[in-house]
Design a protein around this ligand. Structure first.
Ligand SMILES: NC(=O)c1ccc[n+]([C@@H]2O[C@H](COP(=O)([O-])OP(=O)(O)OC[C@H]3O[C@@H](n4cnc5c(N)ncnc54)[C@H](OP(=O)(O)O)[C@@H]3O)[C@@H](O)[C@H]2O)c1
Length: 275
């Protein structure tokens, strides 16, 4: 079955579901990435901070799928913020991944107290021109950060990767992304597998479609035009999380899932623990 994709503001297509790879280390990342690609995944999310890019790259190669059929995202964190520092960062990512380019490079966290994300972004713009990355985006940026970035720089971020699940729906962030043509990617889309997945509303909808609550949550992301990147190291759940393109939710079901929002604040920079 063809996987739907979303068109980024530079014309590239991002497959609408990706595989999250935190907190997998190299050996597990290799196995999980290879299994995921064989199951049909074409979009993999990693980061310098995860310390698993060697495993991700090896998993990609062992899958036997051509590199240009895949969409690989990586991220650079604080040590690479500031003018020109990201050049060494992308070179190191490519060395670890053993790849010539990535499809998407993100600023992992804005770290506004350092006030370096604008100069970092200007360096990202030179990296796109060098051909080492096909698109650039951000992660964990608020609309205020994005307004500031867009006022000072030339290339609009292709994506903003943020914490988003039925319990943390971020309507302002999603609306900002739609208005500015910045695709919203959902991290921890399953709420890290916590009690969200035993929610009664999700259970009723799951039963109706013969799906699991996790599949309903991921399908809700698809219906909203979001790009979820669930992580599973379990081969059965890994495949299940991908089997969400043979059914659709009604508008009432989408609204009922969105109404599970608790108003809990998402994680902010000061909470960074290593994602
Ligand atoms: N940009 C950022 O700052 C940032 C921050 C955090 C995460 N991320 C990215 O987002 C990805 C996903 O986020 P996440 O890993 O925090 O959370 P998640 O994908 O919401 O949840 C992963 C957890 O849910 C379990 N799980 C997966 N599929 C399941 C299913 N079908 N049914 C029940 N449980 C299931 C997994 O366990 P098993 O492995 O045992 O299945 C794992 O414990 C990360 O891997 C990372 O790539 C980015």
């Amino acid at each position: 079955m063809a996987i739907p994709s979303v068109t980024l503001n530079n014309g590239l297509q991002i497959p609408q579901i990706g595989l999250g790879t935190w907190p997998l280390k190299d050996d597990d990342a290799l196995m999980v990435v290879e299994t995921a690609i064989r199951a049909g995944y074409r979009h993999i999310d990693t980061a310098f901070r995860y310390g698993n890019q060697r495993g991700v790259g090896n998993g990609v190669r062992q899958s036997g799928i051509a590199r240009d059929a895949l969409f690989i995202t990586t991220k650079l964190d604080g040590e690479f913020q500031g003018a020109n520092r990201a050049i060494a960062g992308i070179d190191e990512c490519l060395r670890q991944l053993q790849m010539d380019y990535v499809d998407l490079l993100l600023i992992h966290w804005p770290l506004p107290q350092r006030n370096e994300y604008v100069s970092t972004w200007k360096t990202f713009e030179t990296i796109v021109a060098s051909g080492k990355v096909r698109s650039i985006g951000v992660s964990n940026f608020t609309p205020a950060h994005l307004d500031h970035l867009q006022a000072e720089t030339s290339i609009r971020p292709a994506t903003n990767q943020i914490q988003l699940s039925p319990r943390i729906t971020r309507p302002d962030q999603v609306a900002y992304g739609k208005k500015h043509n910045i695709v919203t990617v959902s991290w921890s889309p399953l709420g890290q597998g916590n009690d969200l997945l035993s929610d009664a509303t999700l259970g009723v909808i799951a039963q109706k479609y013969g799906k699991t609550p996790a599949q309903i949550v991921l399908r809700w992301n698809i219906e909203l035009g979001l790009v979820p990147i669930p992580k599973s190291a379990n081969p059965t759940r890994l495949v299940q999380n991908f089997e969400i393109f043979d059914f659709g939710l009604t508008l009432a079901e989408i609204a009922a899932i969105s109404a599970l929002d608790t108003g809990v604040e998402p994680r902010v920079d000061s909470d960074v623990e290593g994602h």
